[in-house]
Design a protein around this ligand. Structure first.
Ligand code: B12
Length: 231
């Protein structure tokens, strides 16, 4: 906790989130992101305002399992857990202007992959997945915390850590040939092809999600033992 007059650092906010399994963080300037996206996706904050982008690796999963066992059935346990964890981590941060969660629909939707790329966290590849230099495509992007404080040093955008032409791009073509998904149901119908594309990335293979996490995210299957309706 910060004392009176003391500003909670972005490092401290990141560390608090990491203790809850939201273990990836990077910063950029609100304006650096806003100039990359169309008007409906802009943050609209001061151009030099600090944006902290948060994400997770498979480190989220044990936290989520504990959360579910404590809270029972929830409509969307991941979104609920993420919102609670990020809000708790920022509760005493006085200059929070906005928190945009990646699952929020328009008009609050942000292009969080472009934000993560601009912040240097993970490169936005032609497979429509951000690729982290260590964790590869096995990451999720969760929230953007907009802070009033000016950013003094804006990091460089992420660099490509892989060769897509030899890896994910042929798999992307196969997935698209089966029908480009316009919504989640259409993606679920071909989920093996989208998973094969992610598996084709040579970066971060040791950090692949476990089967339960994969099946939950791609097809919404809840692991055995998770509470069911009415329990
Ligand atoms: C809508 C959406 C989808 C739609 C995309 C429909 C479409 N044609 O746009 C559907 C349901 C198909 C989808 C599928 C998946 N998604 Co999705 N999705 C989103 C969401 C909520 C919003 C995207 C958006 O509108 N952005 C705004 C626009 C303006 O940004 P943009 O940069 O111009 O466009 C991006 C996306 O729209 C997307 N996109 C645009 N056109 C297309 C076309 C196709 C075929 C696909 C697959 C994606 C896609 O890629 C663009 C960047 O390259 C984001 C979270 C977020 N807030 O960004 C997650 C997000 C992009 N999805 C994610 C994931 C993981 C998936 C899935 C793998 C399944 C899953 N849930 O785990 C699948 C398969 C896609 C894949 N690449 O393998 C992750 C990506 C993580 C990463 N490492 O980058 C995100 C960031 C969510 C998260 N919590 O982390 N998704």
């Amino acid at each position: 906790m910060s004392g009176v007059g003391e500003m909670v650092s972005v490092e401290e906010i990141g560390a608090r989130c990491a203790r809850g399994g939201i273990d990836l963080a990077a910063v950029t300037a609100a304006g650096a992101y806003d100039e990359l996206v169309d008007a409906p996706f802009r943050l609209g904050a001061a151009p030099d305002a600090t944006v902290l982008v948060l994400g997770n690796t498979r480190a989220l999963w044990p936290h989520l399992e504990r959360f579910v066992s404590e809270h029972g059935l929830l409509d969307d346990p991941v979104d609920t857990y993420v919102m609670r964890t990020v809000r708790e981590a920022t509760a005493d941060v006085r200059d929070v202007v906005d928190i945009r969660f990646s699952h929020e629909p328009p008009p609050r939707r942000i292009a969080i992959q472009r934000l993560a790329d601009r912040a240097g966290l993970a490169w936005l590849s032609p497979s429509h997945l951000c690729v982290h230099p260590t964790y590869g495509p096995w990451i999720a992007l969760r929230a953007a915390v907009v802070l009033e404080r000016s950013i003094t040093e804006v990091p460089s955008p992420a660099e490509a850590p892989c060769d897509c032409a030899a890896n994910c791009l042929p798999r992307l073509q196969e997935a698209i040939a089966a029908g480009e998904p316009a919504d989640n149901d259409e993606m679920v119908a071909q989920w093996h092809l989208w998973l094969a594309m992610r598996d084709a990335c040579p970066v971060g293979r040791a950090h692949r999600y476990g089967d339960e996490q994969i099946r939950y995210h791609y097809i919404g299957e809840r692991p055995e033992g998770w509470p069911v309706a009415g329990s």
